[in-house]
Design a protein around this ligand. Structure first.
Ligand code: ZN
Length: 240
């Protein structure tokens, strides 16, 4: 059910900016709730199957639910972690599919981050971590903007892509609430490290395929999320 809910939010929010009836992402034909949640078949209007992502997400959240259920003393408890990981799923899917982190999604994240962060390390460390994440990413956002303008000028081209979106700044603030101070410093560092490795891998593949363009912008939100999940749930692997 959580997987279906994550799919629903990822389909509906970028297109409508509010919670509407589920609809076919190809032709906008409305689905009945039953058809959408329990038995997602072909669209009755355009006859196209729902995208592969729907099934991948269902399977991933089935796995997550089983893993949380069978982990003793799991962080935030079963339901707390399920909400957090569902939230992260929506952020990552919308960012990857639309290169977008929506403001209502960010606001929800602030609420989730503030509550779970306070449980983990108290109010002051949570607020400090959130502010640090937001401000450090804000500085990178402006630096990236200056850098992109500089490059565009060098190449005599109009600027049409930015490396970091403001959604990434908000997301860094949310992750800061969750990881607290000084945990957010490690979180940002790890995200930049993962981002660097993935960008390098993508670059190598594109160079091999001869499709590489200098400064191909990639969504950054997923790296922040992967970094936060690793530090919250799997840090023990390296500490023990
Ligand atoms: Zn359709």
């Amino acid at each position: 059910m959580i997987g279906a809910f994550v799919n629903y939010l990822s389909d509906v929010l970028p297109a409508q900016r509010k919670l509407t009836k589920p609809f076919c992402t190809y032709c906008n034909q409305e689905y009945s709730l039953w058809n959408y949640l329990i038995y997602p078949r072909r669209c009755s209007n355009c006859n196209r199957k729902r995208p592969l992502r729907v099934w991948v997400i269902e399977i991933i959240y089935l796995g997550i639910s089983l893993w949380l259920y069978h982990t003793p003393n799991v962080l935030f408890g079963y339901w707390g972690s399920l909400v957090l990981l569902a939230y992260f799923g929506v952020v990552v899917i919308i960012d990857m599919e639309h290169r977008l982190i929506l403001h209502p999604v960010s606001l929800t994240g602030v609420a989730i981050g503030a509550i779970l962060g306070t449980i983990l390390h108290g109010i002051s460390n949570t607020v400090l971590g959130g502010a640090a994440g937001f401000l450090i990413m804000l500085a990178l956002y402006f630096l990236g903007g200056i850098f992109a303008k500089f490059i565009a000028k060098l190449r005599g081209e109009e600027l049409n892509e930015v490396a970091l979106g403001f959604g990434d700044v908000n997301l860094a603030g949310i992750i800061g609430l969750l990881l607290g101070w000084p945990g957010i410093l490690g979180g940002l560092f790890l995200a930049i490290l993962i981002g660097g490795f993935v960008s390098l891998a993508v670059m190598v593949v594109l160079v091999i395929k001869k499709r590489y363009q200098l400064f191909t912008a990639l969504p950054y939100g997923p790296y922040l999320v992967v970094s936060a999940i690793f530090l919250l749930y799997f840090r023990g692997i390296f500490l023990s």
